[in-house]
Design a protein around this ligand. Sequence first.
Ligand code: N01
Length: 541
Amino acid sequence: MTDSPTAEFDAVVVGAGMAGLYSLWRLRRLGFTAVAIEQGDGVGGTWFWNRYPGCRCDVPSLEYSFGFSPELEQEWEWTEVFPSQPEIERYLNHVADRFDLRRDIRLSTKVTGATYGEDARTWTVSTDAGDAITARFVIMATGALSVPQVPAIDGIDDFAGPLIYTSTWPHDPVDLAGKRVGLVGTGSSGVQATPELADMAGHLWVFQRTPTFTWPSHNGPLDPAVQAEAKAHYRALRAGQRTSPGGVTGSTGAIILQSAEEQRSILEASEEERLAALEELGWDGTRVWGDALVDPDANEAAVELYREMVRRTVDDPELAESLSPRGFPMHCKRPVIDSHYFETFNRDDVTLVDLRQGGIDRIDATGIQTAQGHYDLDVIVLATGFDAMTGAATRIDLRGRGGRLLRDEWAGGPRSYLGLQSAGFPNLFTVTGPGSPSVLANVVVCIEQHVEWITDCMAHMRERGFTEVEPTVEAQDGWVDHVNEIAAPTMMVAPTCNSWYVGANIPGKPRALMPYVGGLDRYTAACDEVVADGYRGFVFT
Ligand code: N01
């Protein structure tokens, strides 16, 4: 089937990461034919590509797993509270094998375009292998963080040694022993890689443009009793995930803060009470303050507590100051979870290069030239992030009704109804796309909710003989307004915050908050209400 240059399926699924695998499983179960097109030469998506040292998920293992198969839940054994990349990749390969999904997956093939034929009401999907695959539906399971950002640094191709992106870390072992290694970027990837690279390298220089808010993961071996307890009550756990804002119950051995009952008011706390929170909770004592999520003064008070923790952890006061976030609020970017990040800077073989003292001018054959001087390096590691949430879809020539290009429609910021469909692009669905909670919640739960909604909608159409579904422009506009309104009081849209949530990490990308901040529970209820109301806002033909 997959060798044919042309084929006809009910659905083409773009990607074979978690969303692609579950889409295939569910489509098959509902009796739809489908093929998944995957650019990597293995399944797993994010967990196939991001194999840098230290790569780990920040959602507990027992919750960062599929809930669609009780047998799978029972047979798979997690080993750590937070799963490492190799363990998740093994799990996803197990899923692909256990459910015989590989026969419908075409690896090492990139989708380059998809055009909607209004007469036939089908999509024609083209790939870099020269295929033209026709299907009634296209499901974009392309991931929110799947397009690495190539930083705009002069001379990036001039470096004579290996230049490695964390997001495409090589499969073969990388020998860093005795090497001078430069790491650029201190987001989640850079923070996770720092302690590991420090162990591997001769000397590590960390090039930091903006200091990070990061908290210890408290990772460790998974208590067998906790695992047994979860397995005994998995149905209740899954139900709890779906009705929580973050898709996480916190009942699986991990310390999850900021649930409503744990939030305190920093503005009502005395200086002694604030410092007592650090004594009681350590780093987590900086983020138990509910008012810091919405009040700038409360936020700055919490940031000062955070800086106090940096000073208590980093031996050199000047270095502590360099590592301290300043000038933008806590909670405006994705929280980072680490294992001994700040402690790593107390090592003699690790040097922080604070780019606020002089930025990177260029990369040359022998290293990185900054305004502070030249750093001679053998290896450069780039942990410089992703063109998040819209990058994958806008790089594909997606042509909807009348030949309109999705990339043009989204030129001022992404527009979609419920994060599921865009007006003018019938029968094209997005999993965990902009306008949905996705990156702000346990993405596995988000994926399952989306895929179930999408495939249920397809089944609904089949039952009633419909061939086309598309949202109205009014419904889409209403949803985009709602997404912006509920984000307005949060730190995520603070003008001083340049996060990938708002596209600020990509030069020229329009500044627009992409995820839905209202919580997975509220979002799921909104999706369910739309269906109960006869798919309000969607037009079926
Ligand atoms: O990317 P990022 P990431 N010169 O965009 C710097 C998920 N994730 O891959 O802040 C110098 O956060 C940039 O600096 P600045 C998670 O959702 C999860 O780390 O723009 N520096 C920043 O420090 C996460 O949020 C996990 O000033 C440059 C860094 O590169 C998301 O992926 C693990 C630069 C990019 O940080 C993205 O994280 C890993 C330049 N030209 C990832 N360009 C877990 O589950 C960029 N930077 C734990």
